[in-house]
Design a protein around this ligand. Structure first.
Ligand code: NAD
Length: 299
């Protein structure tokens, strides 16, 4: 059993930290939100007064923060992780951020004898609570072997993607495809409706034909087609449009750095941007179908 510093106790970090406690690890936790901190203290963690304090006298440090700017300040601030951590302690960041920032953070950590491993997750808050997340790990083979037992307390699939940064590459490329396929299924379902086919019949054909994908057979955007999909409960729960928008932004930014075209990704980004601007940022991203359906049909 390990002593772990954990920074960032939000929708994902709090249940992940709770699962580490359940697995028998001792946790020193920090969050800027006092109530988030208190919830974990009640679950058995020890509160730390700063990221530095959370990283002092531990064997691992985990971070689960909104974006790269937060990771940078938690790592490099005067009261940051790098100011408190001992040589040889591994930092695992599970936030979804850009691969270039990961490499910069890894270089900073390495300068003082610490490995920095990117391990973004898929599986959402449900997977975080159930301890069934997939971790996409970027780092050396030995980094991977070292972090695997800790990550196993929070996830089911712990996949080594390659060198530092490739965990984020896997995450943003997958979500690029997801953002595009959801828009594609929405477009097809809305066209079918406009042309007069029963959506249930159309989805059934798609799901036994070449259009089949997760966006059609598990999270179909047309209300009522899949009972358990967010579309069938007013697009609540699921994966928020603003989070999809964030991930598509990371993908298009990374593509720009690599001078690689992402024609459909850029278009999908604009669709989710339009939704967010219209106030639908908190709805499941499958609500993208509202951009296609005529108001009278969608009512
Ligand atoms: P969240 O906003 O719920 O939680 C972030 C937490 O970080 C908050 O508690 C906040 O108070 C804390 N925080 C912010 N700045 C801080 C600082 N300087 N020091 C300490 N704590 C600080 O976000 P989340 O949904 O838990 O997501 C975390 C990361 O996981 C994001 O990068 C997100 O893209 C990614 N992710 C989220 C989901 C999801 O379904 N929510 C799924 C996969 C990946």
């Amino acid at each position: 059993m390990m002593k772990i510093g954990f920074v960032g106790l939000g929708n994902m970090g709090a249940p992940m930290a709770r699962n580490l406690l359940k697995a028998g690890h001792a946790l020193q936790v920090f969050d800027v939100s006092a109530s988030a901190l208190q919830t974990l203290v009640e679950a058995g963690a020890q509160a730390a007064a700063s990221p530095k304090a959370a990283a002092t006298d531990v064997e691992y440090v985990m971070t689960m923060l909104p974006a790269a700017a937060h990771v940078r300040s938690v790592l490099t601030g005067d009261d940051g992780v790098l100011a408190g951590i001992a040589r040889g302690v591994t930092i695992v960041d599970s936030s979804t951020i850009d691969p270039a920032s990961v490499k910069a953070f890894a270089a900073l950590a390495q300068q003082q004898g610490n490995a920095f491993v990117d391990a973004p997750v898929s599986g959402g808050t449900g997977g975080a609570v159930a301890g069934t997340l997939t971790f996409m790990v970027g780092g050396s083979a030995s980094d991977y072997e070292r972090v695997k037992p800790v990550l196993s307390g929070m996830g089911r699939n712990i996949v080594h993607c390659g060198d530092t940064g490739t965990g984020q590459v896997a995450k943003i490329c997958n979500n690029l495809v997801l953002g595009i396929t959801m828009a594609g299924v929405a477009e097809g379902m809305a066209l079918g409706e406009a042309l007069g086919i029963d959506p249930q019949v159309l989805a059934g054909i798609m799901n036994t034909s070449t259009g089949r994908c997760w966006s059609s057979d598990t999270c179909n955007p047309f209300p009522g087609v899949i009972g358990s999909a967010p579309a069938s409960r007013g697009y609540t729960g699921g994966f928020g449009t603003d989070l999809m928008l964030k991930d598509l932004g990371l993908a298009t930014d990374a593509a720009k750095l690599a001078r690689q075209p992402v024609f459909l990704g850029a278009l999908a980004q604009q669709l989710y941007q339009a939704m967010s601007t219209d106030g639908a940022g908190k709805l499941d991203f499958s609500a993208v179908i509202k951009l296609y359906r005529r108001e009278a049909d969608a009512a």
